[in-house]
Design a protein around this ligand. Sequence first.
Ligand code: C2E
Ligand code: MG
Ligand code: MG
Ligand code: MG
Length: 292
Amino acid sequence: RAREQGGGKYQYFSSEMNHRTLERIGIESALRLAVLRDELQLQYQALADLQTGEVASLEALVRWQHPALGLIPAQRFVPVAEETGLIHAIGAWVLRRVCQDLCQWRDAGLAPVRVAVNVSPKQFLDRGFAAATAATLAEFGLPPSALALEITEGVLLHDPDATGGTLAELKALGVALVLDDFGTGYSSLSCIKRFPFDAVKIDGAFIRDIVTDSGDAALSKTIIAMAHHLGIQVAAEGVETEAQCDFLRRHMCDLIQGYFFAPPLAADAVRELLRERRSLPPQLLRIQQQRR
Ligand code: C2E
Ligand code: MG
Ligand code: MG
Ligand code: MG
């Protein structure tokens, strides 16, 4: 009950409210112009590996640098972009910008890092999505292993056969596949067996009270155990505290992401994070490192 009220209400309230606020200022036409005026930006949020403590990969998150409203997070405009079809143009822009940034980091001498891109159901159900993705990677001279795609389970329910086909194409290409926001929808654990996912991300709504809510704790532990039986990695999103991190470490979660390790950062700042090889302290690793 607490979880439904807490997590559910938070998400619902903020997206509802922002949606209405932005509608008033004519979001659709503003967003259309934003794409043309190059007002979109990317931030990158690192995922830390709970075994090594190091950055395992990054997730690209789109932002809108609005001339009057400032930096608007994805949560506030991606739903509108999905409704209006603008997500296609935005999605193509995001993938190209990710490829550009990956090339820059490579040229700056940084070790290769994988970047995950969020993909909306509408984009994913486009015939030719896998081919277009492969073409963009090839254009930038990047290996498919440089990319992961995060999709939500909604797309699996909508058209499982088409989705399965596209997932198989991407998998064959060598792109990593991540099931995002796991636990929030209606699909079951069988989804992760039926489709070729490399990882699942436990939704932040279940991580928030993981230390105090026995239901959330049980759910997360079950997801981790089941995914591991199926040979799939588990990431936890929205990890904000050391206590949450410690819980996830003790229960053998593979990766954590959230403000506790690193917030979403601009490309320049994330390059510094990679360069300085930021890592988790040894006491927060799954197998604790011996002190000398
Ligand atoms: P998501 O992929 O589940 O991303 C997680 C959201 O949680 C992000 O919000 C991120 O900024 C936020 N977050 C990160 N760390 C923490 C934390 O410690 N605590 C809390 N409370 N939140 C945290 P954002 O950037 O507003 O993105 C919202 C959603 O919009 C994303 O959910 C994703 O589904 C979608 N999205 C983001 N970028 C893109 C994109 O380029 N294309 C598409 N199609 N969708 C995108
Ligand atoms: Mg995501
Ligand atoms: Mg997520
Ligand atoms: Mg989420």
